[in-house]
Design a protein around this ligand. Structure first.
Ligand code: PFF
Length: 449
């Protein structure tokens, strides 16, 4: 159906080059999830056994849903709601899929705050200030308990908006073409450093030797939830990026390349964090503080630690910013499509609102602004909890139902051969929705094991 038939919705004319699309999608997938969350949940749920489950979840559920999202975007050639309406011919799908516009908007409110922390940490590591007192926990809580995170949140949104304003090929694509290869170089340098530390072997074997007794229903659901987060699914980002993909690009091999890229980054992050933790006697499962508290202690104790620590936080900042760019593009494409606003105006409006909503998030997490804790969780934690655990699986569920049951042209757009297509359809129709609902019920605390 052409854009004009579907209620005057205009087709997006912006396009990625083939390599630009893969790099931008990898940039979206690789982020704080790989470097900050993946290591500590892997530590918590049994090391290599968890990593294996994560791979299985990515291949069995993640890739089929990723392909579905890319196909919706390219088939619909518009923002999330535009594409759903255009492909189904029904306005109601626009309303349902609006959730996938809200989700990245709100996720950015706290994701950008953490991105800001990483920029600050890169700077204080390079200057050596991070290592001056030796009290890393105290320093971290003093930092997040102050006002400085608001400034860094602002910087991170400013960079993100500037990239988005430059457009798809000169902004998003160019940014990722510089930063994604940059990330790989940083990862390799840091991996060599980590693997050559004395005592690194223990961490390595924890990460790479599976203990299957650690596989439980709970860890499987966490692995599945993380596969979704890590591949940026359920948030409209892959649908929006899909709208800029050339018709000649094979979406199946694109999805494979994105999945493989994400996995390689997770593997390399693990090869840095586990050996480093083991070499300095740190617990890899100690939670979110691992990266900002424990690892600085490790860097502080190694030769040229300020330099390697600086590189590590720079790596996190790059990874985070290529993800914030993909998140902001979703509401920007929506504002452009739906209200006919310019890219610049859409980016300025969305980024300003996200900045403002992010301020109380930033201030709540370290306790700088009292009164922002409800039911034992800070505002920041509520955002993370509701979005990552509830809205994201729900967004994924909507995609599977749409592709599995509502959109008849999915086969053609996905471009799979008959056998693969049947398998894919089976996954998105039956397996993925059921498992995604299980993740949702589990994450929301409705079922327990
Ligand atoms: N995939 C990113 C990460 O692993 O950090 C986070 C993310 C980006 C989630 C974009 C969702 C999204 F739409």
């Amino acid at each position: 159906m052409s854009g004009h038939e579907a209620g005057g919705l205009k087709e997006s004319g912006e396009r990625f080059s083939s390599s630009g699309f893969i790099l931008a999608a990898i940039g979206s997938a690789v982020g704080l999830g790989n470097m900050w969350k993946f290591p500590y949940i892997t530590g918590l749920y049994g090391g290599a056994a968890f990593f294996l489950m994560f791979i299985v979840c990515m291949v069995v559920i993640g890739l089929p849903v990723l392909l579905a999202e890319l196909a919706i975007g390219r088939g619909g050639r518009g923002s999330v709601t535009t594409s759903f309406i255009r492909l189904s011919g029904k306005k109601s799908w626009g309303a349902i899929s609006f959730l996938s516009i809200l989700a990245p908007f709100f996720i950015l409110c706290f994701y950008s705050v953490v991105a800001g922390w990483t920029i600050h940490y890169a700077i204080i590591s390079f200057t050596g200030k991070l290592y001056a007192s030796g009290d890393y926990a105290g320093q971290f809580s003093a930092f997040i308990g102050g006002w400085l995170p608001v400034l860094w949140h602002f910087v991170s949104m400013l960079v993100t908006a500037a990239v988005i304003m430059k457009g798809v090929s000169s902004g998003i694509e160019k940014f990722n073409k510089v930063f994604i290869p940059g990330l790989i170089i940083l990862l390799i340098v840091l991996m060599i450093r980590a693997l050559t530390l004395e005592g690194a072997g223990e961490g390595l074997s924890f990460f790479l030797r599976p203990d299957f007794s650690k596989i439980t229903t709970e860890s499987a659901l966490v692995a599945l939830g993380h596969a979704f987060f890590s591949l940026s699914l359920g948030m409209g980002t892959m649908i929006t990026y899909g709208a800029y993909v050339d018709k000649r690009q094979s979406l199946g091999s694109g999805a494979l390349a994105i999945g493989a890229g994400d996995l390689v980054y997770a593997l390399l992050a693990g090869l840095i964090i586990f050996p480093t933790s083991a070499a300095f006697g740190l617990e890899a499962s100690q939670g979110p503080g691992l990266v900002f508290v424990a690892l600085p202690a490790a860097f502080g104790a190694m030769p040229f630690g300020a330099f390697f620590g600086g590189l590590f936080f720079l790596l996190l900042a790059f990874a985070a910013l290529t993800s914030t760019v993909s998140l902001l593009e979703v509401p920007v494409a929506f504002l452009k499509d739906t209200f006919g606003l310019s890219r610049n105006a859409s980016a300025a409006i969305a980024a300003s609102l996200i900045f403002l909503i992010g301020v109380p998030c930033a201030l709540s997490v370290g306790g700088a602004a009292p009164g922002l804790t409800f039911g034992g969780k800070t505002l920041f934690d509520w955002f993370d909890f509701i979005l990552s655990n509830i809205v994201l699986p729900l967004g994924g569920f909507i995609v599977t139902i749409f592709v599995g049951y509502a959109w008849k042209g999915a086969a053609e757009e996905a471009g799979l051969r008959a056998g693969w297509f049947r398998l894919w359809l089976f996954m998105v129709r039956f397996v993925a929705p059921i498992l995604v609902i299980l993740v949702l019920l589990y994450s929301a605390g409705i079922i327990r094991f």
